[in-house]
Design a protein around this ligand. Structure first.
Ligand code: GAL
Length: 808
């Protein structure tokens, strides 16, 4: 704020305050855009807490009409105090709304939290000793005469926070503020004091709930506010603004060797066009990127003083080079993210900071370090061409653990041509991955310069930004289809062919239909009105509300015609008494003696699923992020195992890579499986292999996986899954390879059955899916030609459970 009663604001600065909320660019860090609920992010004067792999962002909720507080001689524009919001994110780009972390109160003007007052610049830190999350913020009256620091506490990062009250630390005014927690867990309150003329740094008590009696007066008589503090290489950096109300001015940074020591001013922390107004913004926070030491994000507010609710944000990534800050808001910010060695001429951001353009000479490396979690799926692509001559080199993804040990490298060798070619890698991170280095390297024999463009990096592929709660009853979902009198939510695709009424078939003849619902379970259909039942057939009536699919929806002319049926089925719950006549999964626990022993003694157990997209859960509802968000078959199985054996210490790791071939599995079994010393590995390949590998080749690869694991973990046992069959209509009879594909899939099941021995058992989902398809139709059970829907994935989960649970 502007100190009351003082200093005229240079009016031309006001002109520079820009507003509006520019559209979010997909995948770009920042909070300009919308949260997971489709609302613009409302968090001003932000602070970020990084806790347990997640960024929690707190900010002022600014909504409602802006008004000018009467009787003030400065531009005291306000909106009602809206409390503090919280958002969370793993990537700083996609934000989940966590709700109001600290709510305001209404009609109680004496209460610090009353909407008539001021709640600004919330900052949260975690106290390791008390295991509490502590929020400090600026509490004031609308004329800013109160000048207190407020504190609130919570057991959970996202809140809700319990407000404990406010203080003037050591009787001193406290307005714009921040909180800083040092590496040694000491925390400090940093605030504009003495009528905003001088800043104070006051150490907090051990529980972080109150100021101590000591404080350091810094930036004396310099009228600084909006403090943002960070540490780098043992030095402390403080960025502040001048006091000019909501209008921007030039930032200043100060450096110290200790928080309570001497602070030295170093000038404007920003440089380049716009730096005289901090790019029309005011500092709020500096985030240290945990995974890329030396990299930071400067966070600032672009206040719209006459419409505060429409204030914007500015985030600028930067690096600190030799204690010097040069925060630059131009399109070259990409440079800060890149490590270069050798002859790399420039890295410019084209559209955003993730897309470089560079000229790379011989023996050079252009690479970026990114945080990657174990088993995350990622893709990196970059375009290259030879400018003169040809360049040899490689594109690579290298995975490292937290001790900088290289765990695994994927590379693609290239020789550049005159035209652009694409290079890059797609894969997943091995266990213990902490970060990846991603980039290109040219070799020393290069004759020319390599031109690179259009860098593309996708992280956490297939992971929904937000994990939703499953809305179906998983106990019901795990009732074995072959062994119960009630079927819950069987999927049927209501298909109409040649203009006939749409219909489908149930697996059993229903005695009683309990419900027929839309796939998201939000709508229930009525018998007679929406559908009729005859034997196993269910037919749509002519006035029905049921969604059906017309036969023309499917391409019947082209081979390998893809389709996506997600959420188009109906869910039928019914009772029946006719038995299952198809293949029945049987208990094979006798062949997995070590596993059974551990289960019986409730010993800690690690299971890894190793396979392809089906294993990963691709195109079931949680993967596609649609209701009812059913978990993958691996998770369903693990859940059931914990239930059946009545203990929780069973870890399920999904190490499957969508698109993976069994040869990839064989090549990398050591890296992906052995470090975790699994008790059980569920091996599930085949759906990407039938195009090329004969059953004998397939078998050899599976054997390699097993022997690589056994070499280092002799006690590991295995379940080999013969993959479900693909949609029989997927490959036309006219396809000359059809019999090759079909005989491969059918052959895989034979070779896997042959491999059964002590410690290795087989689950034949091929025969089982064929049996189900023949009683219903494949499209009742699959989302697309190669992937099961929730219903078929439940068969997977139930059948694996039956293999190791005798009474199931
Ligand atoms: C700014 C301050 C803001 C707010 C505003 C009120 O200078 O940084 O947080 O207090 O003044 O005018």
């Amino acid at each position: 704020m502007q100190k009351f009663f003082s200093v005229t604001v240079c009016s031309c600065l006001c002109m520079l305050v820009t507003m509006a909320q520019p559209d979010k660019q997909q995948g770009k860090i920042g909070i300009q855009g919308k949260d997971d609920q489709g609302n613009f992010i409302n968090a001003h004067g932000v602070g970020i807490l990084y806790f347990s792999g997640t960024y929690y962002l707190f900010g002022e909720i600014k909504k409602g009409n802006t008004y000018l507080v009467p009787g003030q001689n400065w531009e005291d524009y306000r909106v009602p105090a809206g409390g503090v919001s919280c958002y969370s994110s793993k990537d700083l780009a996609q934000w989940k709304y966590e709700g109001i972390a600290l709510s305001p109160v209404t009609g109680d003007p004496d209460n610090d939290l009353d909407t008539s007052r001021v709640i600004e610049r919330p900052k949260v830190i975690y106290n390791e000793r008390t295991r509490k999350f502590i929020m400090w913020m600026h509490m004031d009256k609308s004329d800013y005469s109160f000048a207190h620091a407020g504190v609130a506490v919570s057991d959970r990062p996202e809140g809700p926070y319990k407000y404990l009250g406010s203080v003037r630390p050591n009787g001193q005014e406290s307005r714009d503020m921040t909180v800083f927690k040092d590496d040694n867990d000491k925390a400090y309150l940093v605030y504009a004091s003495e009528n905003n003329n001088t800043m104070h740094i006051c150490p907090l008590s051990e529980d972080y709930l109150s100021p101590t009696s000591n404080f350091n007066r810094i930036l004396i008589d310099q009228r600084r506010e909006a403090p943002a503090l960070f540490k780098h290489n043992g030095k402390y950096f403080l960025i502040t603004s001048l006091c000019s109300g909501w209008s921007p001015n030039a930032a200043l940074y100060s450096v110290a060797d200790s928080m309570m020591g001497k602070w030295e001013n170093r000038g404007n922390s920003c440089t380049g066009p716009g730096s005289d107004t901090t790019f029309a913004a005011q500092s709020s926070f500096v985030l240290s990127l945990q995974e890329t030491p030396g990299s930071f994000i400067f966070m600032a507010d672009r206040w719209n003083k006459t419409n505060l609710a429409h204030s914007g944000y500015l985030w600028i990534p930067f690096r600190v080079e030799q204690d010097v800050l040069k925060i630059q808001n131009n399109n070259e910010i990409a440079d800060h993210f890149w490590d270069k060695s050798g002859r790399v001429r420039s890295v410019n951001a084209m559209a955003d900071q993730w897309r470089p353009e560079a000229w790379v000479g011989a023996a050079s490396i252009l690479q970026q370090r990114v945080h990657v979690d174990p088993y995350a799926v990622l893709q990196f692509a970059i375009k290259i061409k030879g400018e003169e001559g040809s360049s040899k080199g490689k594109s690579f993804i290298q995975f490292y653990d937290s001790a900088d040990r290289k765990l695994l490298e994927y590379k693609n060798n290239f020789t550049s041509a005159q035209a652009f070619q694409q290079t890059g890698n797609y894969t997943e991170a091995p266990p213990y991955t902490h970060y990846a280095m991603i980039g290109i390297e040219t070799d020393s024999s290069n004759s020319g310069t390599l031109y690179v463009d259009s860098f593309h990096l996708e992280l956490n592929i297939g992971e929904p930004a937000v994990r939703r709660t499953t809305t179906c009853n998983l106990d019901q979902y795990m009732r074995p289809f072959w062994n119960s009198d009630t079927v819950f939510n069987e999927t049927v695709l209501m298909l109409s062919d040649s203009g006939k009424a749409a219909g489908g078939r149930l697996l059993y003849t229903p005695d009683h239909i309990i419900s027929v619902r839309r796939f998201d379970m939000a709508e229930e259909y009525k018998k007679g009105q929406d559908y009729n039942i005859q034997g196993r057939s269910i037919q749509r009536t002519s006035h029905s509300g049921i969604t059906s699919v017309d036969g023309n929806f499917f391409d019947k002319k082209n081979d390998l015609a893809w389709f996506n049926l997600q959420s188009r089925w109906i869910l039928v719950t019914y009772t029946h008494h006719d038995p299952w006549t198809g293949p029945r999964p049987v208990f094979k626990g006798d062949r997995l003696p070590l596993l059974m022993k551990k289960l019986k003694s409730k010993s800690s157990l690690t299971i890894i699923g190793y396979g392809m997209s089906i294993t990963r859960g691709m195109n079931i509802s949680s993967y596609d992020d649609v209701p009812p968000y059913m978990p993958s078959y691996l998770e369903l199985f693990a859940r059931q195992l914990r239930k059946k054996y009545e203990y929780t210490d069973i870890t399920m790791v999904n190490a499957a890579l969508p698109g993976a071939l069994v040869s990839w599995g064989a090549d990398n079994a050591d890296a992906y499986l052995n470090p975790l010393h699994p008790d059980l590995v569920i091996i599930d390949f085949g759906m990407n292999d039938f195009w090329r590998y004969t059953p004998e080749e397939f078998k050899k690869y599976i054997q390699t996986i097993i022997s690589k694991v056994k070499e280092k973990n002799p006690g590991t046992e295995f379940i080999l899954i013969s993959t479900m069959d693909f949609d029989p209509a997927y490959i036309l009879d006219t396809d000359k390879n059809k019999s090759f594909y079909v005989s491969n899939i059918q052959g895989y099941k034979k070779v896997l059955r042959e491999m059964e021995t002590s410690g290795i058992i087989n689950l034949d989902m091929t025969s089982l899916s064929d049996a189900i398809y023949s009683r219903k139709k494949a499209k009742d059970c699959i989302t697309n030609p190669l992937h099961p829907n929730d219903y078929l994935a439940r068969w997977y989960a139930q059948c694996i459970t039956a293999l190791v649970c005798r009474s199931y």
